[in-house]
Design a protein around this ligand. Structure first.
Ligand SMILES: O=C([O-])CC(=O)C(=O)O
Ligand SMILES: [Mg+2]
Length: 532
């Protein structure tokens, strides 16, 4: 058993001055701590006061990041007590800035890095990670970090942040989480030239060499951590699809940007129909951006339409795409494979003309290109719809297709608005809107928890549809009345539990589970949840 400073320096054991006098005696801590025995609440309050004194959010990120390495329990207590304040500091938008600054901030080591030099020895070096019982791995290769592009090894902030949310939002034991960066180089010239850049300073590995390295990583992870879920995060679209298609049948894995974002967007669209009173199967939905998030959403919506009785072809007619080159139509020669199902037999049109021609009820932005929901776009949507639904999903805030304020101002207060990164309440006339954050944080922790609870073999799309419906079912009338298409983020632990229970139940029904079905699925899921 550890004693003295070894206890205080172990982030999983350290309770700092909340250790009781008896524990201090027992653990050899007398003299190593000041006299006062503090309560958890006092500790949380002290952290909040410290945060307030700092000048910038990036400084607050740093404070929380080092707290996480020093006193894990307190870190999660702080999030638990102040979700609304803390999430934007450890997650989008601040995590975007933290990734950009990553190589210039002196900080505690976090996460596991794999480079092309590790080829042939990934299995062996994974044993350097101090924990053996890993249940969730979030892995990125840093090529499409949020809407910020190729940040190379600096992208490590993303798996670290996502896993903090697994613990905070779904009670996954933090000791069972492993953030991984496949540092295969970067095509970001500025980074490669930066002497302080911490990553592998070459151009990116591509083609066969790239896929072989990812293969080696997945096999090594599966053999060392046979129960672990692998979440792919922030890969560039073609690789995101290639990897998902390669592993979805043979590994417990999913792509959060394709599938997690899809479930959240679908839930928001379901919610919007409770305000517009339109039938879901009557909706026309237009996407701006044709990358992984947008096509992922469209694919899940196709499944949802089909589930409600449409054929696949009928479903796709409800879904249209616009990208930098305009409406995605059959005659275009620049389309990628994942765009083809949604290429319509129409003449080429620009964005606003496409809105005029197709008359969508819902506009979903997943471009990474800020300001693309212009006044003309929002105005056009508002002239067609009494209550236009606008989803500005790109992250961080600096990449949002429009701000909440713009959406309400340009629609005369009629927009149903959700965004990937948080916006505060917006006053318009007499009304105060509280737009909710349409971010995959609403579902990935719960889906992961559900998958782990039943030890699912794989995660087929049906489970994401289940998650979307469960999430939509938690939205109450007062939330909608305030302009929120999602339940309050402060209820996230309850939301994740509900999603986990429904996902696990569905997985049992589909024979995907490696665990015998317990009598009470929800209770068994809840019993798994770590509480700080
Ligand atoms: O990280 C987030 O906030 C949501 C997400 O997956 C992304 O933007 O890539
Ligand atoms: Mg992402």
């Amino acid at each position: 058993m550890k004693r003295g400073f070894d206890v205080l320096r172990d982030k999983a054991l350290n309770r700092s001055i909340t250790f009781s006098r008896r524990d201090r005696d027992r653990l050899g801590l007398r003299g190593l701590l000041p006299h006062r025995v503090a309560t958890d609440r006092q500790m949380v309050q002290r952290v909040m006061d410290n945060l307030q004194r700092l000048p910038r959010d990036i400084d607050r990120y740093m404070l929380l990041s080092s707290l996480q390495e020093r006193n894990q329990r307190l870190f999660y207590q702080v999030i638990d007590a102040h979700v609304d304040t803390i999430l934007p500091l450890i997650y989008t938008p601040t995590v975007g800035e933290a990734c950009r600054e990553f190589s210039h901030m002196a900080r505690d080591p976090k996460g596991f890095f794999i480079t092309p030099d590790d080829r042939g020895s990934i299995r062996r070096i994974l044993a350097n990670w101090p924990r053996k019982d890993i249940r969730v791995i979030v892995v990125t290769d840093g090529e499409r970090i949020l809407g910020l592009g190729d940040l190379g090894a600096n992208g490590m902030g993303i798996p670290v942040g996502k896993l903090a949310l697994y613990t905070a939002c779904a009670g996954i034991d933090p000791e069972k989480c492993l953030p991984v960066t496949l540092d295969v180089g970067t095509n970001n010239d500025a980074l490669r030239k930066d002497l302080l850049y911490l990553g592998y300073p070459r151009r990116r590995l591509t083609g066969n060499a790239y896929f072989t390295l990812v293969d080696e990583f997945v096999s090594a992870a599966q053999s060392r951590y046979p129960d672990a879920l692998i979440q792919f995060e922030d890969f560039l679209t073609p690789n995101a699809y290639a990897l998902l298609n390669r592993y979805r049948q043979r590994a417990l894995c999913f792509n959060d940007d394709i599938q997690g974002t899809a479930a959240v967007a679908l839930a928001g669209v379901y919610s919007s129909t409770r305000i517009t009173n339109l039938r879901f199967t009557d909706l026309n939905i237009m996407f701006l951006g044709a990358g992984s998030a947008a096509t992922g959403i469209a694919d899940l919506m196709t499944a949802a339409f089909v589930d409600e009785g449409l054929t696949v072809d009928e479903a796709r007619r409800h879904l249209s795409f616009v990208d930098v080159n305009g409406l995605v139509v059959k005659s275009r020669t620049d389309l990628l494979e994942h765009n083809l199902p949604y290429a319509h037999e129409m003449r080429p049109l620009g964005f606003v003309d496409a809105i005029e021609a197709i008359r969508p009820h819902v506009l979903i932005g997943a471009t990474g290109a800020p300001g693309t929901f212009t006044q003309a776009v929002v105005g056009k949507m508002s002239s067609i719809n009494q209550r236009p639904a606008l989803f500005a999903l790109s992250n961080p805030t600096s990449r949002a297709e429009c701000t909440a304020e713009q959406a309400y101002a340009w629609s005369g207060g009629r927009a149903l608005f959700a965004s990937g990164s948080p916006f505060g309440p917006v006053a318009f006339g007499e009304t105060m809107f509280h737009p909710a954050q349409g971010n995959n944080v609403y579902v990935f922790p719960g889906i992961g928890l559900g998958a782990l609870a039943c030890r699912a073999r794989t995660l087929p799309d049906e489970l994401f549809l289940t998650a979307a419906r469960t999430l939509a079912g938690l939205v109450r009338r007062p939330h909608l009345d305030k302009g929120s298409l999602y339940p309050p983020l402060r209820d996230i632990r309850k939301i994740s539990l509900a999603i986990a229970a429904s996902v696990a139940t569905q997985a049992y029904a589909m024979n995907l589970a490696r665990e015998a079905r317990p009598r009470n699925v929800r209770a068994s899921v809840e019993a798994m949840m770590y509480r700080p």
